[in-house]
Design a protein around this ligand. Structure first.
Ligand code: SAH
Length: 347
């Protein structure tokens, strides 16, 4: 197995068979070597820097019905909220003073946040904080909507493809959603000049190794600037309540592989990874990750952005989250970078 890791490191790719062997291997020597090369690679392009993204969860209303997600439309016991413009601006103000230079506005697909609401909001944030990047993560919208928000100043868009296999995608989503529509959105975002983030859940129900390989191949085709992956974690009021969650080992394995397949990509150590293991994010950083996304949402709404059970960081103020993450980053041997943190590959 070590030879496969060596090959991935030196050539930057593997055959499907080799990827499959590496994903499923329980060889701990190979896992160590993968971690070492992933860390060397991130250091080559990013040094010890870890970029912070201040996450503002703007709404838990969602018209969509993804089977895995705790804020899906059918979650009748979900506690819904939506932040006001003032709430969002005050999160940015707080975040700016804490050193954040990227704000991520993420939410369910809430029909309230039309382009006429988003466009002036984005413009105002960019005007107040011209040295900051604005990232959106608001799900599927029309080309025209993506265009208007880009023109207003949005820099980046996160839209996980969730599953690059038609068959798996359709098992995770309601009938009216399609992988082709999702891909269309991602390619539109790229064409419009957004820095794009795609990604998938690890250990989602029905997911096999060959589905994961399809995810990696799709990412090679899309070449996003960021790749967000985290373990699937069941939520008690979804149809997947009784399913098993993704594991730490498999998530770390895939993070290491992603770092070597995409040496310059931005790779977050996600909140979901920190939820399944107390030191999950630190281990992620040591396996190639170079981004963390501390929660900037007002504490009063945090528990309501309830994507999966036991989500961490729902009780603290933003400043506490920032401090806690800084300690974690430094304990893992890295440094916090108070900068926008663009991808070094702008090709
Ligand atoms: N509405 C936006 C934001 C979705 S939430 C959008 O559609 O892009 C961000 C991500 O959380 C999703 O893309 C999904 O991959 C992840 N997520 C949702 N439910 C999850 C669960 N139960 N376990 C782990 N991750 C989950």
């Amino acid at each position: 197995m070590r030879d496969i890791v060596e090959k991935l490191y030196t050539s930057g790719d593997l055959s499907d068979e080799e990827l499959s062997a590496l994903i499923t291997s329980d060889d701990s020597d190979a896992a160590e070597l993968l971690k070492k090369y992933a860390d060397e690679t991130r250091r080559k392009y990013y040094g010890t820097k870890v970029f912070l993204r201040g996450l503002i969860e703007i709404s838990s209303y969602c018209k969509n019905d993804c089977l895995y997600c705790g804020i899906r439309r059918s979650s009748s016991d979900a506690d819904r909220y939506r932040l006001s413009r003032e709430d969002i601006l005050s999160c940015c103000k707080n975040g700016y003073s804490l050193g954040f230079r990227t704000f991520v506005m993420q939410g369910g697909e809430d029909p309230f946040f039309t382009d006429d609401v988003m466009v002036p909001l984005i413009a105002e944030i960019k005007k107040k904080y011209p040295d900051c990047a604005v990232t959106l993560s608001l799900g599927e919208r029309s080309y025209e909507s993506y265009r208007r928000m880009k023109d207003a100043g949005a820099d980046r868009y996160l839209l996980r493809h969730e599953a690059a296999s038609e068959e798996l995608y359709s098992k995770l989503h309601p009938e009216h959603m399609s992988l082709s529509r999702r891909k269309e959105c991602l390619f539109a975002l790229r064409e419009l000049g957004y820095q794009v983030g795609a990604g998938f859940m690890v250990g989602a129900p029905f997911q096999t190794t060959s589905h994961l390989i399809e995810d990696l191949r799709f990412l090679q085709e899309l070449r996003p600037q960021m790749i967000g992956i985290g373990p699937f974690i069941p939520h008690h009021s979804t149809p997947f309540a009784e399913e098993k969650g993704g594991t730490l080992e498999l998530t770390l394995r895939l993070l290491g592989i992603l770092r070597l397949l995409f040496p310059m990509v931005l790779l977050p150590a996600t909140t979901a990874l920190g939820t399944i293991a107390p030191n999950g994010r630190e281990l992620g950083l040591m396996t190639g990750c170079n981004v963390v996304m501390p929660n900037l949402s007002p504490v009063k709404v945090r528990k309501k952005y309830d994507l999966y059970d036991n989500k961490i960081c729902t009780g603290e103020e933003a400043a506490e989250c920032r401090g806690c993450l800084q300690r974690r980053i430094e304990s893992a041997g890295y440094t916090v970078a108070n900068e926008r943190g663009d991808c070094v590959d702008n090709a």
